[in-house]
Design a protein around this ligand. Structure first.
Ligand SMILES: *Cc1c(COP(=O)(O)O)cnc(C)c1O
Length: 371
């Protein structure tokens, strides 16, 4: 691993954990894995995450936008890549040139696909997306059949996949997931009878891959789980999945202040007694939110945030860590001693989900990789 000497705050990313989680998911789901690495690999780094997942056996990488797919190609990953979101028609040729598969969901995309196939003289691989109840991207189930038929007639276009996405897979008791699955199964039945079933049918994000064997089909599309994180409090990854990311910082200042001292912007915190305070060089500019209530670990003990989180610095109370000193290692996400906190714990404090915590880790926080 690269040295963290001289860094104020950094992320330690265990690529071996991502590889391990991909294999654990493959074993559990007993089908192909599309490693979803959009949004900078959920903060872990787009190309490193993609590379590790593919080396571990992922059959496919999934991203949200074509520029993410091209970055993966430029990073030397040759495995199939699917753009799960919209690809602008003006970029279809770009996708083809980079051997990137695109998502198709309406007839207005067909001309651009035909033109891309013609100009590249290569096969364009597409996956048809069906909206079964997410109410976001995708053809209505009745339109999807016509779309699949129309795609057969376009020279140079190959339909490789058919997929949908669940809105509530992270709530295992949600009946709407059964309804979405039933709509999809009906469509798949018709498509299969008509001889139009593509080789890769896929519906399951991490939560569905973990909880719904019937949703696994030819491939599952886990994102959050390959980083070792839970889709929700209700749907957790198995014990053997390993979190891949640790967020650390160094304590920059330790000082004693008297009772009645105003702390940080707005003096929203005024020390009720004599206190030992510390400063960590981490703030909302790094993805550490401004909302109050978070705490960090030093020497395996909790130090609560006091006063407002600033852009680049945060003040913490060290009353429970009497021996804390300047330069000590602070853990913001990860384990230290017998304690630990996950992105999901910070998310609870901040009123969001662990996904947003890791995706919000800003570019300026150095990523140190270990394999
Ligand atoms: C982001 C995304 C996924 C991965 O979801 P997780 O909950 O992180 O597993 C899968 N499929 C699609 C279409 C997505 O947009």
């Amino acid at each position: 691993m690269a040295s963290y000497d001289g860094l104020s705050t950094w992320l330690e990313i265990d690529l071996g954990a991502i590889a391990h989680n991909v294999q654990a998911m493959q074993k559990l789901a007993d089908t192909r894995v599309m490693a979803v690495v959009k949004a900078n690999g959920y903060g872990h780094g787009l190309v490193p995450a993609a590379r590790s997942a593919v080396e571990a056996g992922a059959a496919y990488c999934g991203v949200a936008r074509i520029d993410e797919a091209i970055e993966i190609r430029d990073g030397g990953v040759a495995a199939p890549v699917l753009v799960l979101g919209e690809t602008p028609n003006s970029r279809m040729a770009d996708a083809t040139a980079h051997h990137i598969s695109v998502t198709v969901y309406n007839q207005a995309q067909l001309d651009a696909l035909a033109a891309a196939a013609r100009s590249a003289g290569e096969t364009v691989q597409v996956h048809v997306k069906v909206d079964t109840g997410m109410t976001r991207l995708g053809a209505e189930p009745h339109a999807a059949f016509g779309l699949l038929q129309a795609l057969q007639t376009i020279p140079g276009v190959k339909v490789e996949g058919l997929f949908t996405h669940f809105a509530r897979a992270d709530e295992p008791s949600a009946a709407s997931t059964d309804k979405q699955a039933a709509l999809f199964d009906d469509l798949l039945g018709e498509v299969t009878s008509a001889g139009l079933r593509p080789p890769l049918v896929h519906t399951a994000n991490s939560a569905a891959a973990l909880t719904r064997p019937s949703a696994r089909f030819d491939m599952v599309r886990p994102g959050i789980a390959i980083y070792g994180l839970n889709p929700s409090e209700e749907v957790r990854v198995p014990e053997d999945f390993r979190p891949a990311l640790v967020w650390k910082a160094r304590l920059t200042t330790v000082r004693e202040v008297p009772a009645g001292t105003g702390v940080s912007y707005g003096h929203r915190y005024v020390t009720p007694k004599d206190e030992r305070l510390g400063v960590i060089p981490v703030g909302y500019g790094d993805g550490f939110r401004r909302e109050p209530g978070a705490r960090v670990l030093i020497h395996g003990r909790w130090a609560p945030v006091v006063g407002r989180v600033c852009m680049d610095q945060t003040i913490i109370n060290l009353d429970d860590v009497p021996d804390a000193a300047t330069g000590d290692e602070v853990v913001i996400v990860g384990r230290q001693g017998d304690e630990g906190l996950r992105p999901g714990d910070l998310a609870e404090v901040w009123g969001t989900v662990g996904y947003e915590v890791v995706c919000g880790l800003s570019a300026r926080v150095p990523r140190l990789y270990q394999s």
